[in-house]
Design a protein around this ligand. Structure first.
Ligand code: CUA
Length: 160
């Protein structure tokens, strides 16, 4: 078969780009452990208040400077286990966020960090973050959820 020179070059180029793409995806998935977020963890959204650990939201120390923060979202509130909706954690702490919603879809964005999730009824959303810098971080809802959407907020204080 007679193939034009340019046709061959493009064929090699296309095959090469495909190989590079597969190598990048393969290394990322199997060597670096990057996986798409999974929605495999479910709960009954009508029984959130009776399902551990969401029956008792708040901060728990689970290791050396390691915490689990359980949060229940509802229109238009984040229950973080404190009356003033402020959670204090020490600088350098690793926090495993564990959140769900009792009613509609809510956002879960901790401004200034990579913590950014969607909370869906019936699913548990998790994210782990290490707070290397002291400061005040605001947890905001970034999914429109109703008339009080702009009122949904809580605060994480990272103290020295
Ligand atoms: Cu909750 Cu917007």
């Amino acid at each position: 078969m007679n193939m034009h020179k340019y046709e061959k070059i493009w064929l090699y180029f296309g095959t090469l780009t495909l190989l590079i793409f597969l190598i990048v995806v393969g290394v990322s998935a199997f060597y670096m452990g990057n996986q798409p977020p999974s929605c495999a963890v479910t709960l009954n959204p009508e029984n959130v208040d009776k399902t551990a650990p969401f029956d008792d939201p708040g901060l728990r120390e689970i290791g050396e400077n390691e915490y689990q923060l359980t949060i229940v979202a509802s229109a238009f509130n984040y229950d973080v286990g404190t009356d003033d909706k402020v959670v204090e954690i020490p600088k350098g702490a690793t926090v495993h966020f564990n959140a769900t919603t009792k009613d509609v879809v809510h956002g879960f964005e901790l401004a200034g960090t990579n913590v950014n999730m969607m909370l869906e009824p019936g699913y548990i959303s998790t994210y782990t973050n290490t707070f290397k810098h002291a400061g005040t971080y605001t947890l905001v809802c970034n999914e429109y959820c109703g008339t009080g959407h702009h009122l949904m907020a809580a605060t994480i204080e990272v103290i020295e």
